[in-house]
Ligand binder design. Structure first.
Ligand SMILES: CC(C)(COP(=O)(O)OP(=O)(O)OC[C@H]1O[C@@H](n2cnc3c(N)ncnc32)[C@H](O)[C@@H]1OP(=O)(O)O)[C@@H](O)C(=O)NCCC(=O)NCCS
Length: 161
């Protein structure tokens, strides 16, 4: 695992040139990876925010939300396996929610695999709570989805990082 200082970590909107690096992370992070087309769809998405985390010139993480009326739907988040457990996802989520809130979103929701303890803990640390389970939601392995909500994004404040 890399233990590079995060001082130079920055977030920027997704660019086409970053898609190959994103796909490399995606294929080792998700059992049903997004396609290249799905990431391309995020380029300049009129109702979406998609950020890429860059550390020393390298793509190390990415994540996105769709802005649906006044709800921020978290669509994906992943950190390169070499850079996990260093707080990068926490910073990225914070950036996404700050931007979503600035766009007028008042709450946030997401779906996550029931077995994905790491992600569930991450979301809980932001105030999301489990609202429902969608049985056998994921077609690749019939796994249940947990639906989580952050009901009050309006009064949410970013954590001190
Ligand atoms: C989930 C994921 C994004 C977390 O990224 P990360 O940068 O390692 O997370 P952070 O270091 O910011 O951790 C933030 C908090 O999340 C929780 N967390 C993260 N990884 C965890 C793990 N392996 N086990 C338990 N809790 C974990 C902890 O509460 C952690 O806080 P702490 O370090 O103070 O205990 C990363 O593991 C990943 O990319 N997984 C594969 C893709 C995925 O599952 N995405 C979510 C799809 S919904």
């Amino acid at each position: 695992m890399e233990t590079t200082s995060l001082k130079t970590l920055r977030f920027e909107p997704i660019q086409e040139s970053q898609i190959p690096a994103i796909l490399e992370i995606e294929k080792v992070s998700n059992t049903a990876p997004w396609s290249e087309r799905s990431f391309r769809n995020e380029l300049g998405h009129p109702h979406g925010i998609f950020l890429v985390a860059i550390l020393q010139g390298e793509v190390v993480a990415y994540g996105g939300v769709w802005l649906v009326i006044d709800e921020a739907h978290v669509t994906t988040i992943a950190v390169s396996p070499d850079y996990r457990r260093q707080g990068i996802a926490r910073r990225l989520m914070s950036e996404l929610l700050v931007k979503a809130k600035a766009e007028g979103m008042v709450c946030s929701t997401l779906e996550v695999r029931a077995s994905n303890e790491a992600a569930i803990k991450l979301y809980e640390s932001f105030g999301y709570t489990i609202a429902a389970t969608r049985k056998k939601y994921y077609p690749d392995n019939q796994e249940d989805a947990v639906v989580m909500w952050l009901y009050d994004l309006s009064s949410w404040e970013p954590p001190r990082l």
